[in-house]
Design a protein around this ligand. Structure first.
Ligand SMILES: C[S@@+](CC[C@H](N)C(=O)[O-])C[C@H]1O[C@@H](n2cnc3c(N)ncnc32)[C@H](O)[C@@H]1O
Length: 208
């Protein structure tokens, strides 16, 4: 598929919203982004000298972290808007950015990477099986795949209109009650979070 035939990403229309969200996450030391990255980097181990693919890299914050630790990074995403920001923010780092669909990723050869990472994106991609086949194809033998996804208790359709939150005596959130936990399928989120905003803008779906 040539670049011309690639679909656009719903993140193009929501570029400003998403970049603002990322900026807030990165500026908040105890945000879930920092916690995710710490755990993912621990799972990856030493990345110095490794070829790493950041699948659905968005504006590239994880690509930059990996490159700063000595990896040679390829970030792939569908969103021209987010990739544009990624390129501008990584001028001196060892990162190449490609606009492509990770469900096929025709622009990347087999067995190209020592590791593939995917931060908070698999739940946005419609064909999960195809995406996992891509990961298997582009990894070298014994390569590593580290990903994290949104837990289905957050931003699900079941906690939007009337948040089923449990608060302690001081009003602090201690738990979120979840219904339909074992039901698999695709669903759309409401509300004003990332998934709610993106599903209003587009017809993309989330996989629980
Ligand atoms: C929630 S964002 C996560 C971006 C980044 N990993 C982060 O943590 O900020 C989901 C990303 O998946 C990308 N995406 C969705 N479907 C895709 C596809 N089929 N191929 C490539 N990227 C895709 C979107 O453009 C968006 O940048």
């Amino acid at each position: 598929m040539s670049e011309r035939d690639l679909p656009s990403s719903e993140y193009d229309a929501a570029g400003d919203f998403y970049l603002n969200f990322i900026t807030t996450q990165l500026a908040t030391p105890d945000s879930f982004f920092h916690q995710n990255v710490e755990i993912m980097m621990r799972m990856l181990g030493d990345v110095k000298g490794l070829q790493v693919c950041d699948l659905a890299c968005g504006e590239g914050f994880l690509s930059r972290i990996l490159a700063a630790q000595g990896a040679t990074v390829t970030g792939v995403d569908l969103s021209a808007t987010l990739l544009d920001h990624a390129v501008r923010q990584s001028p001196e780092l060892e990162v190449a950015y490609i606009r492509d669909d990770v469900q096929s990723l025709a622009s990347v050869d087999d067995a190209s990477f020592d590791a593939v990472v995917c931060h908070m994106a698999l739940m946005d991609i419609s064909d999960l099986d195809a995406t996992i086949r891509t990961v298997q194809r582009i990894l070298k033998g014994h390569g590593t795949f580290v990903f994290c996804v949104l837990h289905p208790c957050f931003e699900s359709p079941f906690d939007v209109d009337s948040p089923p939150h449990e608060l302690d005596d001081e009003g602090k959130l201690v738990a979120i009650r979840v219904t339909s936990y074992n039901e698999e399928g695709k669903w759309f989120s409401g509300g004003s979070g990332v998934r709610g905003t993106l599903s209003i803008l587009s017809t993309s779906s989330c996989v629980a």
